[in-house]
Design a protein around this ligand. Structure first.
Ligand code: ATP
Ligand code: MG
Ligand code: FE
Length: 379
Protein backbone atom coordinates (compact mmCIF):
# COMPACT_ATOMS: atom_id res chain seq x y z
CA UNK A 1 0.00 0.00 0.00
CA UNK A 2 1.27 3.47 -0.91
CA UNK A 3 0.40 6.30 1.47
CA UNK A 4 0.72 9.99 0.67
CA UNK A 5 1.36 12.04 3.82
CA UNK A 6 0.60 15.75 4.13
CA UNK A 7 1.77 17.87 7.08
CA UNK A 8 0.64 21.49 7.38
CA UNK A 9 -0.06 22.12 11.07
CA UNK A 10 2.28 25.05 11.53
CA UNK A 11 5.09 26.55 9.48
CA UNK A 12 6.34 23.55 7.50
CA UNK A 13 4.70 22.07 4.44
CA UNK A 14 5.81 18.44 4.49
CA UNK A 15 4.95 15.78 1.93
CA UNK A 16 5.98 12.12 1.86
CA UNK A 17 5.27 8.83 0.16
CA UNK A 18 5.48 5.80 2.43
CA UNK A 19 5.04 2.26 1.16
CA UNK A 20 3.96 -0.36 3.70
CA UNK A 21 6.45 -2.91 2.29
CA UNK A 22 9.13 -0.75 0.71
CA UNK A 23 9.33 1.94 3.39
CA UNK A 24 9.82 5.64 2.85
CA UNK A 25 10.06 6.31 -0.90
CA UNK A 26 10.37 10.10 -0.96
CA UNK A 27 9.75 13.19 1.08
CA UNK A 28 9.76 16.91 0.34
CA UNK A 29 9.61 19.88 2.67
CA UNK A 30 9.22 23.61 2.56
CA UNK A 31 10.00 25.53 5.73
CA UNK A 32 8.49 28.98 6.26
CA UNK A 33 11.15 30.11 8.73
CA UNK A 34 12.36 32.90 6.45
CA UNK A 35 8.79 34.06 5.84
CA UNK A 36 8.02 34.58 9.54
CA UNK A 37 11.49 35.70 10.53
CA UNK A 38 10.85 39.44 10.68
CA UNK A 39 7.81 38.92 12.92
CA UNK A 40 9.67 36.90 15.56
CA UNK A 41 7.09 34.13 15.43
CA UNK A 42 4.64 32.33 13.16
CA UNK A 43 1.92 34.55 11.62
CA UNK A 44 -1.05 32.19 11.10
CA UNK A 45 -2.56 33.87 8.04
CA UNK A 46 0.79 34.02 6.25
CA UNK A 47 1.35 30.36 7.13
CA UNK A 48 -1.95 29.23 5.57
CA UNK A 49 -1.30 31.13 2.35
CA UNK A 50 2.18 29.71 2.06
CA UNK A 51 0.90 26.14 2.50
CA UNK A 52 -1.47 26.83 -0.42
CA UNK A 53 1.47 27.95 -2.55
CA UNK A 54 3.71 24.99 -1.80
CA UNK A 55 1.59 21.89 -1.18
CA UNK A 56 0.85 20.85 -4.76
CA UNK A 57 4.35 21.50 -6.18
CA UNK A 58 5.79 19.51 -3.25
CA UNK A 59 3.39 16.62 -3.94
CA UNK A 60 4.44 16.63 -7.60
CA UNK A 61 8.13 16.58 -6.76
CA UNK A 62 7.67 13.82 -4.16
CA UNK A 63 5.88 11.67 -6.75
CA UNK A 64 8.67 12.36 -9.22
CA UNK A 65 11.40 11.47 -6.73
CA UNK A 66 9.61 8.23 -5.85
CA UNK A 67 8.92 7.38 -9.47
CA UNK A 68 5.22 7.08 -8.71
CA UNK A 69 2.05 8.42 -10.30
CA UNK A 70 -0.94 9.91 -8.51
CA UNK A 71 -2.90 6.79 -9.46
CA UNK A 72 -0.46 4.62 -7.44
CA UNK A 73 -1.62 6.19 -4.17
CA UNK A 74 -3.75 3.90 -2.01
CA UNK A 75 -4.54 6.26 0.87
CA UNK A 76 -3.91 9.84 1.94
CA UNK A 77 -2.86 10.73 5.47
CA UNK A 78 -3.00 14.34 6.59
CA UNK A 79 -2.44 16.19 9.85
CA UNK A 80 -5.91 16.76 11.27
CA UNK A 81 -4.66 18.51 14.43
CA UNK A 82 -3.54 19.95 16.72
CA UNK A 83 -2.16 23.11 15.12
CA UNK A 84 -3.15 26.37 13.47
CA UNK A 85 -6.67 25.96 12.12
CA UNK A 86 -6.07 27.81 8.84
CA UNK A 87 -2.89 25.87 8.17
CA UNK A 88 -4.58 22.56 9.02
CA UNK A 89 -7.47 23.41 6.69
CA UNK A 90 -5.11 23.74 3.72
CA UNK A 91 -3.60 20.28 4.20
CA UNK A 92 -6.91 18.60 4.97
CA UNK A 93 -8.79 20.16 2.06
CA UNK A 94 -6.05 19.16 -0.38
CA UNK A 95 -5.97 15.65 1.10
CA UNK A 96 -9.72 15.17 0.93
CA UNK A 97 -10.11 16.67 -2.56
CA UNK A 98 -7.31 14.50 -3.89
CA UNK A 99 -8.64 11.39 -2.14
CA UNK A 100 -12.12 12.03 -3.53
CA UNK A 101 -10.86 12.27 -7.10
CA UNK A 102 -8.62 9.20 -6.68
CA UNK A 103 -11.36 7.32 -4.82
CA UNK A 104 -9.02 6.34 -1.97
CA UNK A 105 -9.55 6.63 1.80
CA UNK A 106 -8.21 9.41 4.00
CA UNK A 107 -6.64 9.12 7.43
CA UNK A 108 -6.71 12.11 9.78
CA UNK A 109 -3.45 11.90 11.71
CA UNK A 110 -2.76 13.36 15.16
CA UNK A 111 0.36 15.51 14.78
CA UNK A 112 1.85 14.33 18.08
CA UNK A 113 1.30 10.70 17.15
CA UNK A 114 3.31 11.54 14.05
CA UNK A 115 6.17 12.90 16.17
CA UNK A 116 5.86 10.02 18.62
CA UNK A 117 6.14 7.28 15.99
CA UNK A 118 8.83 9.04 13.91
CA UNK A 119 11.75 7.13 15.54
CA UNK A 120 10.19 3.94 14.15
CA UNK A 121 11.29 5.12 10.70
CA UNK A 122 14.93 4.64 11.75
CA UNK A 123 16.94 1.43 12.11
CA UNK A 124 17.30 -0.13 14.59
CA UNK A 125 13.73 0.75 15.52
CA UNK A 126 12.52 0.62 19.12
CA UNK A 127 10.02 -2.06 20.06
CA UNK A 128 6.88 -1.57 22.11
CA UNK A 129 6.59 -0.88 24.98
CA UNK A 130 8.79 2.18 25.44
CA UNK A 131 8.89 5.52 27.21
CA UNK A 132 8.62 8.51 24.88
CA UNK A 133 10.01 11.94 25.61
CA UNK A 134 8.15 14.28 23.29
CA UNK A 135 9.93 17.63 23.16
CA UNK A 136 8.64 19.96 20.49
CA UNK A 137 7.86 23.63 20.04
CA UNK A 138 4.45 23.27 21.66
CA UNK A 139 4.68 20.17 23.84
CA UNK A 140 6.81 18.55 26.52
CA UNK A 141 5.45 15.18 27.55
CA UNK A 142 6.60 11.86 28.90
CA UNK A 143 4.49 8.98 27.73
CA UNK A 144 4.33 5.27 28.09
CA UNK A 145 3.72 3.79 24.66
CA UNK A 146 2.47 0.20 24.56
CA UNK A 147 1.61 0.24 20.88
CA UNK A 148 0.03 2.39 18.21
CA UNK A 149 -2.99 3.89 19.93
CA UNK A 150 -1.94 2.85 23.42
CA UNK A 151 -0.57 5.93 25.10
CA UNK A 152 -0.38 6.74 28.80
CA UNK A 153 0.63 10.24 29.79
CA UNK A 154 3.21 10.09 32.59
CA UNK A 155 3.91 13.79 32.92
CA UNK A 156 3.98 17.03 30.98
CA UNK A 157 4.90 20.68 31.19
CA UNK A 158 2.58 22.73 33.34
CA UNK A 159 3.50 25.84 31.33
CA UNK A 160 5.98 26.43 28.47
CA UNK A 161 7.26 23.61 26.28
CA UNK A 162 10.97 22.84 26.14
CA UNK A 163 11.17 24.16 22.57
CA UNK A 164 9.43 27.32 23.69
CA UNK A 165 11.98 27.72 26.49
CA UNK A 166 14.77 27.44 23.92
CA UNK A 167 13.04 29.88 21.58
CA UNK A 168 12.21 32.50 24.22
CA UNK A 169 15.70 32.39 25.74
CA UNK A 170 17.13 32.70 22.24
CA UNK A 171 14.96 35.72 21.50
CA UNK A 172 16.16 37.45 24.68
CA UNK A 173 19.71 36.86 23.47
CA UNK A 174 18.88 38.52 20.17
CA UNK A 175 18.70 35.37 18.06
CA UNK A 176 16.24 34.79 15.23
CA UNK A 177 13.06 32.69 15.57
CA UNK A 178 12.95 29.75 16.06
CA UNK A 179 16.11 30.04 18.08
CA UNK A 180 16.57 26.55 19.55
CA UNK A 181 19.30 25.42 17.19
CA UNK A 182 20.91 28.88 17.12
CA UNK A 183 21.03 29.05 20.91
CA UNK A 184 22.63 25.64 21.02
CA UNK A 185 25.28 26.82 18.56
CA UNK A 186 25.98 29.96 20.57
CA UNK A 187 26.23 27.86 23.75
CA UNK A 188 29.21 25.96 22.31
CA UNK A 189 31.34 29.06 22.89
CA UNK A 190 29.94 29.55 26.39
CA UNK A 191 31.92 29.33 29.60
CA UNK A 192 30.74 26.32 31.63
CA UNK A 193 29.65 27.26 35.12
CA UNK A 194 29.79 31.04 34.80
CA UNK A 195 26.05 31.28 35.29
CA UNK A 196 23.65 28.83 36.85
CA UNK A 197 19.98 29.03 35.98
CA UNK A 198 17.14 27.46 37.99
CA UNK A 199 15.81 23.99 37.26
CA UNK A 200 12.17 24.25 38.30
CA UNK A 201 10.40 21.07 39.41
CA UNK A 202 13.57 19.03 39.14
CA UNK A 203 12.78 17.52 42.51
CA UNK A 204 8.99 17.77 42.31
CA UNK A 205 8.68 14.02 42.80
CA UNK A 206 6.49 13.66 39.71
CA UNK A 207 7.16 13.66 35.97
CA UNK A 208 5.87 17.15 35.25
CA UNK A 209 7.98 20.02 33.93
CA UNK A 210 7.93 23.79 34.23
CA UNK A 211 9.93 26.05 31.94
CA UNK A 212 8.27 29.45 32.14
CA UNK A 213 10.51 30.60 35.00
CA UNK A 214 13.57 30.08 32.85
CA UNK A 215 12.82 32.94 30.48
CA UNK A 216 12.41 35.31 33.43
CA UNK A 217 15.76 34.15 34.81
CA UNK A 218 17.38 34.62 31.41
CA UNK A 219 15.82 38.07 31.09
CA UNK A 220 17.19 39.06 34.49
CA UNK A 221 20.69 37.89 33.50
CA UNK A 222 20.53 39.70 30.17
CA UNK A 223 19.51 42.92 31.90
CA UNK A 224 22.22 42.57 34.53
CA UNK A 225 25.09 41.46 32.38
CA UNK A 226 24.78 42.57 28.80
CA UNK A 227 25.29 46.03 27.51
CA UNK A 228 22.17 47.84 26.62
CA UNK A 229 22.21 50.28 23.71
CA UNK A 230 21.50 53.88 24.77
CA UNK A 231 20.42 56.45 22.22
CA UNK A 232 22.47 59.65 22.61
CA UNK A 233 21.00 63.13 22.23
CA UNK A 234 23.04 63.58 19.03
CA UNK A 235 21.32 60.61 17.42
CA UNK A 236 24.19 58.14 17.80
CA UNK A 237 24.01 55.05 19.94
CA UNK A 238 26.47 54.08 22.63
CA UNK A 239 26.73 50.86 24.56
CA UNK A 240 27.39 50.42 28.22
CA UNK A 241 28.70 47.20 29.64
CA UNK A 242 27.20 46.29 32.94
CA UNK A 243 29.29 43.56 34.52
CA UNK A 244 28.08 42.81 38.03
CA UNK A 245 31.38 42.15 39.72
CA UNK A 246 30.13 39.28 41.88
CA UNK A 247 28.94 37.38 38.83
CA UNK A 248 32.15 37.64 36.84
CA UNK A 249 34.41 36.49 39.65
CA UNK A 250 36.05 33.87 37.47
CA UNK A 251 37.38 36.57 35.21
CA UNK A 252 38.91 38.87 37.80
CA UNK A 253 42.64 38.86 38.51
CA UNK A 254 43.14 37.20 41.88
CA UNK A 255 44.88 38.60 44.90
CA UNK A 256 45.72 41.85 46.60
CA UNK A 257 46.57 44.88 44.62
CA UNK A 258 45.07 43.68 41.41
CA UNK A 259 45.00 46.81 39.35
CA UNK A 260 41.46 47.99 38.75
CA UNK A 261 42.30 49.01 35.20
CA UNK A 262 43.65 45.55 34.42
CA UNK A 263 40.39 43.84 35.27
CA UNK A 264 39.19 42.15 32.19
CA UNK A 265 35.49 41.76 31.86
CA UNK A 266 34.09 39.31 29.36
CA UNK A 267 32.79 40.97 26.23
CA UNK A 268 29.02 41.23 25.79
CA UNK A 269 29.35 38.66 23.03
CA UNK A 270 31.03 36.21 25.42
CA UNK A 271 28.38 36.92 28.02
CA UNK A 272 25.63 36.08 25.54
CA UNK A 273 27.32 32.75 24.85
CA UNK A 274 27.70 32.12 28.59
CA UNK A 275 23.99 32.76 29.20
CA UNK A 276 23.06 30.53 26.24
CA UNK A 277 25.25 27.82 27.75
CA UNK A 278 23.53 28.11 31.12
CA UNK A 279 20.04 28.07 29.56
CA UNK A 280 20.76 24.97 27.51
CA UNK A 281 22.27 23.22 30.55
CA UNK A 282 19.20 23.99 32.65
CA UNK A 283 16.71 22.70 30.05
CA UNK A 284 18.71 19.58 29.18
CA UNK A 285 19.38 18.76 32.83
CA UNK A 286 15.67 18.71 33.66
CA UNK A 287 14.74 16.71 30.55
CA UNK A 288 17.40 14.08 31.24
CA UNK A 289 16.50 13.70 34.89
CA UNK A 290 12.78 13.36 34.27
CA UNK A 291 13.31 10.92 31.40
CA UNK A 292 15.43 8.74 33.69
CA UNK A 293 12.79 8.94 36.39
CA UNK A 294 10.14 7.85 33.88
CA UNK A 295 12.19 4.79 32.91
CA UNK A 296 12.61 3.95 36.57
CA UNK A 297 8.92 4.42 37.33
CA UNK A 298 7.75 2.23 34.43
CA UNK A 299 10.53 -0.31 34.73
CA UNK A 300 11.15 0.00 30.98
CA UNK A 301 14.59 0.38 29.45
CA UNK A 302 13.85 1.86 26.04
CA UNK A 303 13.55 5.61 25.66
CA UNK A 304 12.31 7.22 22.48
CA UNK A 305 12.88 10.92 21.89
CA UNK A 306 10.75 12.84 19.41
CA UNK A 307 10.09 16.44 18.37
CA UNK A 308 12.31 19.35 17.37
CA UNK A 309 14.29 19.57 20.61
CA UNK A 310 15.29 15.95 20.00
CA UNK A 311 17.72 17.37 17.44
CA UNK A 312 19.70 18.97 20.27
CA UNK A 313 23.15 17.38 20.46
CA UNK A 314 23.73 18.06 24.15
CA UNK A 315 20.41 16.40 24.99
CA UNK A 316 21.36 13.42 22.85
CA UNK A 317 24.79 12.92 24.36
CA UNK A 318 23.56 13.35 27.94
CA UNK A 319 20.66 10.95 27.41
CA UNK A 320 22.89 8.38 25.73
CA UNK A 321 25.34 8.51 28.60
CA UNK A 322 22.88 8.35 31.47
CA UNK A 323 20.39 5.89 29.98
CA UNK A 324 23.31 3.75 28.81
CA UNK A 325 24.59 3.62 32.37
CA UNK A 326 21.29 1.95 33.34
CA UNK A 327 21.51 -0.63 30.53
CA UNK A 328 18.89 1.20 28.54
CA UNK A 329 18.76 2.33 24.93
CA UNK A 330 17.75 5.65 23.45
CA UNK A 331 16.16 5.99 20.01
CA UNK A 332 15.87 9.15 17.97
CA UNK A 333 14.30 10.13 14.67
CA UNK A 334 16.70 11.07 11.88
CA UNK A 335 17.70 14.71 12.41
CA UNK A 336 15.54 15.87 9.50
CA UNK A 337 12.49 14.13 11.01
CA UNK A 338 12.78 15.73 14.46
CA UNK A 339 11.02 18.92 13.41
CA UNK A 340 7.78 18.85 11.43
CA UNK A 341 7.80 16.75 8.27
CA UNK A 342 5.56 14.72 5.98
CA UNK A 343 7.33 11.41 6.55
CA UNK A 344 6.07 11.04 10.11
CA UNK A 345 2.50 11.77 8.98
CA UNK A 346 2.65 9.26 6.12
CA UNK A 347 4.12 6.68 8.51
CA UNK A 348 1.57 7.26 11.28
CA UNK A 349 -1.11 7.05 8.57
CA UNK A 350 0.28 3.70 7.45
CA UNK A 351 0.19 2.38 11.02
CA UNK A 352 -3.38 3.56 11.46
CA UNK A 353 -4.45 2.18 8.09
CA UNK A 354 -3.57 -1.33 9.27
CA UNK A 355 -5.89 -0.94 12.22
CA UNK A 356 -8.60 1.37 11.12
CA UNK A 357 -11.58 1.05 8.86
CA UNK A 358 -10.87 3.01 5.68
CA UNK A 359 -12.64 6.34 5.73
CA UNK A 360 -14.28 7.47 2.52
CA UNK A 361 -16.16 10.37 4.02
CA UNK A 362 -14.45 13.32 2.43
CA UNK A 363 -15.91 15.93 4.74
CA UNK A 364 -12.95 17.18 6.71
CA UNK A 365 -13.01 18.62 10.16
CA UNK A 366 -9.75 19.89 11.57
CA UNK A 367 -8.99 19.75 15.29
CA UNK A 368 -6.79 22.71 16.29
CA UNK A 369 -6.95 21.44 19.87
CA UNK A 370 -6.82 17.71 20.25
CA UNK A 371 -5.66 15.58 23.19
CA UNK A 372 -3.52 12.65 22.07
CA UNK A 373 -5.30 10.41 24.55
CA UNK A 374 -8.40 10.63 22.36
CA UNK A 375 -6.40 8.55 19.87
CA UNK A 376 -6.27 5.63 22.29
CA UNK A 377 -8.01 2.41 21.40
CA UNK A 378 -10.41 1.09 23.96
CA UNK A 379 -8.78 -1.65 26.01
P1 ATP B 1 4.28 20.87 18.14
O1 ATP B 1 4.73 19.65 17.42
O2 ATP B 1 4.27 20.72 19.62
O3 ATP B 1 3.02 21.42 17.60
P2 ATP B 1 6.26 22.24 16.58
O4 ATP B 1 5.76 21.37 15.50
O5 ATP B 1 6.37 23.69 16.32
O6 ATP B 1 5.39 22.01 17.89
P3 ATP B 1 8.75 20.92 16.22
O7 ATP B 1 8.73 21.25 14.79
O8 ATP B 1 8.72 19.50 16.60
O9 ATP B 1 7.66 21.72 17.05
O10 ATP B 1 10.06 21.53 16.86
C1 ATP B 1 10.37 22.89 16.77
C2 ATP B 1 11.10 23.28 18.03
O11 ATP B 1 12.32 22.57 18.14
C3 ATP B 1 11.44 24.75 18.09
O12 ATP B 1 11.11 25.23 19.38
C4 ATP B 1 12.96 24.75 17.88
O13 ATP B 1 13.62 25.84 18.46
C5 ATP B 1 13.35 23.46 18.51
N1 ATP B 1 14.64 22.97 18.04
C6 ATP B 1 15.00 22.58 16.79
N2 ATP B 1 16.28 22.21 16.74
C7 ATP B 1 16.78 22.37 18.00
C8 ATP B 1 18.07 22.15 18.61
N3 ATP B 1 19.10 21.71 17.92
N4 ATP B 1 18.19 22.42 19.93
C9 ATP B 1 17.13 22.86 20.64
N5 ATP B 1 15.92 23.09 20.14
C10 ATP B 1 15.73 22.84 18.82
MG1 MG C 1 7.98 24.37 12.73
FE1 FE D 1 5.48 19.43 15.48
Amino acid sequence: KLILGIESSCDETGIALYHTERGLLAHTLHSQIALHNEYGGVVPELASRDHVRHALPLIRSALQKAGCALSDIDAIAYTQGPGLSGALLVGSSIACALAYTLDVPTIGVHHLEGHLLSPLLSRPAPEFPFVALLVSGGHTQLMRVDGVGHYTLLGESVDDAAGEAFDKSAKLLGLDYPGGALLSKLAQRGTPGRFKLPRPMLHSGNLDFSFSGLKTAVLTLVNQQIDIPHPNPDGTTSHSTKPASGQVAGYLPEGEGANESLREFPTPEQTRADIAHAAQEAIVDVLVNKALAALKQTGLNQLVVAGGVGANQLLRSRLNASVGKHDGNVFYPELEFCTDNGAMIAFAGAMRLQQQVAQRDYRFNVKPRWDLREMNYAD
